[in-house]
Design a binder for this molecule. Structure first.
Ligand SMILES: [Zn+2]
Length: 111
């Protein structure tokens, strides 16, 4: 399961970052095009956080919209999933700016 390995590396990052403090909250950014099922990720996190530094932590997720930049008319647009044509000039000559990412935005530690 893809989400499983993501959670494992997230816990790893938390562990390194927290330096033996308890983690209270983990906020992750998930692009709508990243292929990650947010509810699977949350469930995996709740299962695998047991006995780790994140045992009492909650996970918050920011879903990141897909935006593209049109190379031809240089406009940025918000697009529906997997529709990468510029809505302004209909060009297919576009580049994805956001929506593919998956990373930890920040980690909150217990004081
Ligand atoms: Zn355009």
């Amino acid at each position: 399961m893809h989400e499983y390995s993501i959670v494992m590396s997230m816990l790893d990052i938390c562990e390194k970052h927290a330096k033996n403090k308890e983690v209270e909250k983990v906020v992750v950014n998930i692009g709508k095009m990243s292929g990650i099922e947010s509810h699977f990720l949350k469930t995996s996190f709740d299962v695998f956080k047991e006995d780790t530094i994140c045992a009492n932590a909650v996970m918050d997720m920011n879903l990141i919209d897909i935006t593209i930049l049109c190379i031809d008319c240089e406009k940025e647009s918000l697009v529906d999933q997997f529709n990468f044509y510029c809505p302004h000039c209909k060009s297919g000559n576009t580049k994805v700016l956001t929506g593919q990412e998956m990373h930890i935005e920040y980690i909150e530690l217990k004081e």
